[in-house]
Design a protein around this ligand. Structure first.
Ligand SMILES: Cc1cc2nc3c(=O)[nH]c(=O)nc-3n(C[C@H](O)[C@H](O)[C@H](O)COP(=O)(O)OP(=O)(O)OC[C@H]3O[C@@H](n4cnc5c(N)ncnc54)[C@H](O)[C@@H]3O)c2cc1C
Length: 386
């Protein structure tokens, strides 16, 4: 393969070797434990045993230094791993947030005690975390958050309500954004701090929000004078906004903003490949679909390379999420259309089942991690247009 093309594809020899070893692991693990690939697995497919096996095999904590139990590799190594996990539709939800967001946050802002306590467990696939940012009256406008932490002897008293808290009912901890300073209308982003709150803390109530499909991923979490000690403060008091926005580049630009529907797309393409005399329109639509995935992937890889180089590509990450999640949504409609061409082949049922899940989850793609409309505002500001 041409070296430039290998770079664009994140397929240099070392990355290709990593990719091959993870594929072998996934094949053997699925064979032994029988998990079924699913779409949007990073939100919905929670399997603590799988996370532990993945950690034991050395595929978690890729960017965590060896002294904290991680693999000490780059963001690109992590990129390759997450991409392969998503395409395989592996049950990754349990460790996803901790590995993707909490680990970089701890490395950037955490105390030495927090790093030593939490990072080895994250790298081992045995520490599960949620993110407590959104509130009933503060989603896009996160600065309107009203959860607050008040100083008390030895710690803080946390009160308020968070909503859409994915996985909180199963996680060990929630990283909560709360006000620790007074509201200043001139400086709306000032006075926020982050706390790593154990989910079993007295005064914490986690109530399910069940989707119309019957699935339960989200929760409403209320904190009623929950005591958290000083060791739970992540980073600096008052620096919460800066910390949260820095984290978002990791959250927004990864392969999960392109590949949430990959398991149904790959299954469908295999089905169509087995079809005799595939209609020209369908063949062209498959080509179009793959061309879009490849271009989006190259954008996303370039953000991963910027992160690996220590940059903060906030605008680029927002653009990847906007384009990638719109593609994810459109891919569901395209897949449904293409499915109608696969008339003469066996094995349609599993693809139809994946398509059903993809349809149900599709509205979520452009909302989570900040809605696309709001991200376009971020990009406009970043380009000096606002
Ligand atoms: C699957 C999923 C998982 C999630 N997981 C978590 C989680 O784990 N933790 C967490 O804290 N949150 C989570 N969220 C919440 C998510 O971050 C919010 O839904 C999102 O930020 C939007 O907030 P909102 O729902 O309050 O919508 P609103 O902010 O009320 O927005 C409603 C609509 O108005 C539009 N809008 C709002 N402001 C503007 C503007 N300035 N310009 C243009 N349009 C605008 C929005 O684009 C949107 O279409 C999750 C959401 C989803 C869908």
């Amino acid at each position: 393969m041409n070296a430039d093309f290998a770079t664009l594809c994140a397929n240099e020899p070392e990355l290709a070797t990593l990719r091959a070893s993870l594929r072998a692991f996934l094949f053997a693990d699925r064979d032994e434990f029988g998990w079924q690939p699913t779409v949007d697995a990073w939100l919905s497919s929670w399997d603590e045993g799988f996370s532990a096996r993945l950690g034991d095999a050395g595929f978690l904590g890729m960017t965590i230094p060896g002294e904290y139990g991680g693999q000490g590799r780059s963001h690109l190594h992590r990129y390759v791993v997450t991409e392969e996990l998503l395409v395989a539709g592996a049950p990754v939800a349990a460790h996803w947030i901790a590995d993707r967001q909490v680990a970089p946050g701890l490395l950037a802002y955490g105390s030495e005690e927090q790093r030593q306590r939490l990072l080895p467990r994250i790298a081992a696939g045995r520490c599960f975390s949620s993110i407590g940012m959104s509130e009933p009256q503060a989603g896009s406008d996160l600065a309107a958050s009203s959860a607050k932490a008040t100083k008390t002897a030895g710690g803080w008293l946390l009160s308020g309500t968070k909503v859409w808290t994915s996985g909180a009912h199963l996680a060990h901890q929630i990283v909560v954004l709360a006000r620790t300073g007074p509201v200043d209308p001139q400086r709306r982003h000032a006075g926020f701090s982050q706390f790593i709150v154990p989910t079993h803390s007295p005064g914490t109530t986690i109530s399910p929000i069940v989707m119309m499909s019957g699935e339960h991923h989200f929760n409403e979490v209320s904190f009623d004078e929950v005591f958290v000690d000083d060791a739970t403060v992540l980073g600096e008091i008052g620096a919460g906004w800066h910390q949260v926005t820095a984290e978002l580049s990791f959250e927004r630009s990864g392969p999960e903003r392109i590949l949430s529907t990959a398991p149904v797309l790959t299954a469908l393409v295999r089905l169509l490949a087995a079809q005799d005399d595939l209609d020209d329109h369908a063949a062209a639509a498959v080509g179009d679909l793959l061309a879009r995935v490849i271009s989006l992937r190259q954008l996303s890889v370039s953000v991963a390379r910027a992160l690996a180089a220590g940059q903060a590509p906030v605008n680029e990450a927002a653009l990847v999420k906007d384009l990638g999640t719109r593609f994810e949504q459109e891919s569901v409609e395209l897949a449904a259309d293409l499915f109608s061409y696969a008339t003469q082949v066996p094995g349609r049922e599993p693809v139809a089942a994946l398509l059903d899940i993809a349809r149900l989850h599709s509205p979520l793609f452009t909302l989570r991690g900040g809605t696309n409309e709001v991200l376009r505002g971020v990009v406009a500001r970043g380009m000096g247009l606002r």
